[in-house]
Design a protein around this ligand. Structure first.
Ligand code: ACO
Length: 401
């Protein structure tokens, strides 16, 4: 379909599909997923193979540009991103102005949006070259913003990373380096984070990605579109679920580990409580990312020798849900967020930073989807509605009402 010619071709027909459960919003060549079979592929490569063999920036390149990079392209991509890893000093003032208790998702959404003001030329994406510049700019600066968001929360000084080390390694170092410069690298954690970021890197037209595409379709800049995507990701029914999972597990622990009580609450239709980390709009048999991440979580905890009662509760809950008729009938399985929080927790990342880590992983996917939308010259996103309000009424002045 030549989407650029579809502008006025609505022909008066409107489909009503709340939640867009059966409505496609675009054609896309980026991510394939089959919810029935539990298949997820980026540009044709299986998530299992990528998680095992590729690194995060290679996957980012693949998603954004369509092919795995050659050695030369890979080196250039790294160099170009590194060259963009300095953030305007004035952004530190914005970070400082947030209350210490501010939710990190609100902070990172604001900082990402603010980047446009400090880099106004990035809105101009009229050539492939200009688009590339915006892409490497955000890939370079976003991890710094993430680290600063975290460090502000922890009361640590805001400083820069180490350009001599890998992208993912540098993220952890930027976050955890002590004020005296002390930092001990842990390869197991670096590898686990790399894997986690790959698993989160894209997931076709989910809520945040659709948001990035729809905001970008008005030709708002890349950073503004990403900021909107971050806000969409924040919600507990989407990316915020990883935080909600941990909070739920903590609540169960505080309640004498009574998983049965929470299972009953989740099934009780008069109670809005849902078992966080269970169910998925698309995956109805299993979430392939959850399988990979479950293994990674086991490895990290075994390697670090972490004994965590929260993990035992998670395992118990998983077992009960998989055997429960309510969950079986509705095909509700643990999703990726059920396990990611456990790994983040073992890394020492606080619960309210979990969704920020998700955003870090999803960044290449959002960029790829935005770029595809712009290159395909898609029309502005503008859903229709079926009006169910009052018919025409006469205005009555306030003193007569
Ligand atoms: N706990 C209890 N019941 C649930 C759950 C749950 N986690 N999820 C769905 N159900 C029930 C619903 O109540 C509904 O039951 P009914 O048919 O008797 O009315 C049925 O299963 C279908 O649920 P829907 O809400 O229609 O499914 P939908 O596709 O709209 O929602 C969603 C998917 C949002 C993921 C949902 O399963 C949910 O809220 N899960 C918990 C939050 C979560 O983990 N979100 C992360 C998603 S993954 C991600 O964003 C990376």
């Amino acid at each position: 379909i030549d989407v650029s010619k579809l502008r006025s071709a609505t022909r008066g027909v409107i489909t009503l599909d709340p939640g867009y459960k059966n409505t496609g919003s675009c054609e896309s060549a980026i991510t394939f997923l089959d919810g029935e079979k539990g298949i997820l592929r980026y540009r044709g490569y299986s998530i299992e193979e990528l998680a095992e063999k590729a690194d995060f920036l290679e996957v980012a390149y693949l998603l954004i540009f369509g092919e795995l990079p050659t050695k030369e392209q890979n080196d250039k991509f790294h160099d170009d991103i590194r060259a963009e890893s300095i953030v305007d000093e004035d952004i530190k003032k914005i970070v400082d102005a947030f209350p210490k208790a501010a939710h990190p998702m609100g902070v990172i959404a604001s900082l990402t949006s603010a980047l446009t003001s400090f880099n106004p030329s990035s809105v101009n994406v009229n050539s492939e070259e200009a688009m590339y510049k915006s892409v490497v700019r955000i890939l370079g600066k976003f991890p710094v913003l993430v680290a600063w968001t975290f460090r502000k929360k922890e009361g640590l000084p805001l400083d820069y990373g180490d350009n001599e080390i890998g992208y993912v390694e540098n993220i952890l170092k930027m976050m955890f380096r002590k004020p005296n410069g002390e930092y001990k690298q842990n390869k197991i954690l670096v590898d686990a984070l790399d894997k986690l970021l790959i698993l989160h890197a894209d997931h076709e037209q989910n809520c945040s990605t659709s948001t990035v595409r729809i905001v970008g379709s008005s030709h708002a800049g890349l950073f503004a579109s990403l900021s909107a995507g971050i806000s969409a990701l924040w919600g507990p029914l989407h990316g915020g679920a990883n935080q909600a999972v941990l909070e739920m597990l903590e609540a169960i622990k505080a309640d004498d580990g009574d998983t049965k009580k929470y299972m009953a609450k989740a099934k009780d239709k008069s109670d809005p409580f849902r078992l966080m980390g269970f169910g998925h709009r698309v995956y109805k048999n299993f979430d392939p990312r959850a399988k990979i991440i479950k293994k990674a979580a086991d490895e990290v905890l075994a390697d670090l020798g972490v004994e965590d009662p929260i993990l035992d509760i998670a395992k118990g809950l998983e077992k009960e849900a998989l055997e429960d008729q309510y969950f079986v009938d509705r095909r509700l399985y643990p999703n990726v967020d059920f396990y990611s929080g456990i790994i983040y927790r073992a890394m020492g990342i606080p619960t309210d930073m979990f969704t920020v880590m998700f955003a870090l992983g999803r960044l290449p996917g959002w960029i790829a989807q935005w770029r595809e939308m712009r290159l395909r010259k898609e029309p502005i996103g503008r859903p229709r509605q079926v009006y169910i309000g009052e018919t025409e009424r006469k205005f009555i002045p306030v003193e007569e009402r």
